[in-house]
Design a protein around this ligand. Sequence first.
Ligand SMILES: [Fe+2]
Length: 297
Amino acid sequence: MKEPAAVIEYGVPIDPRIMIEPPDPATLELEPGHPGLGDAGYVRRRMELFMQCRRHRLENLGPPLIEYTSEENRIWREVSPKLDELHRQHACSIYLDAKDALGISATEIPQLRLLSDRLERETQMHLVPAEGPLAYRTFYSYIAKRGFPVTQFIRHGSHPEFTPEPDMIHDCLGHVPPLMNRDYAEVLTLIGKAAFTSPDPLQVLALKRFSWFSIEFGLIEEAGETKVFGAGILSSTGEIPFSLFSREVKRRPFVTDEVIETDYDPSRMQDQLFIIPSFVWLRREIEGLVRRMGIAV
Ligand SMILES: [Fe+2]
């Protein structure tokens, strides 16, 4: 059997098998420096939601209905209007139209079960409860089947504007709204199918980078202006102005062959971004890339 090619991610070589069969954490892990670490009540709540969401995911039960605490709703209420103000000014139209159509409340944490039902009716996408970040290949195995994994916990209240891991604010205010758009749903599903089907770790890495610099951290050209497209930027009050205006950020035209060769560090503010000429163009690019890779989807 052919020796797998070397895979470099985040600047370090990784075992190529991790790309294809990554381990899924079975217990809650809060990384060192997580703002909730010293707070026993927060850790208990996270454990409870972890177990509940993991069970619902593994048993295909759909998102559980969660009774959110007043502290959790307070954090939502503090962050979502600030994000909304920034979205009105800087988000791309695909996102804004979808956000308005979905009507997520700024005062109460939405129930994923209800959002999922709505998406199912509009674009045949649905939401899958995720206990935390899932391994990349697991994540895309759901997307390939038109399911988007979303968390049901919220960040720690001591730093409402910061989360070291994707939480409900990132997922519901970044990823979920554009799932209402049919073209967006098709682009995402195609990336998912290709990444889940390919046996080649280097192809999986290339698709992961394509997704990172578009779905997560893409900027897009719209009527002569640069707008925010990626969920990672749209869900952060710091990242929106940083991505558009900081002199520390290198903004380059989105050239697929360059994007798939570009490494990134997910643990810091993104100082290298690509500007997508249009959404129609992005759809053609991913279709062309998957075809060139020879992946049968
Ligand atoms: Fe994300």
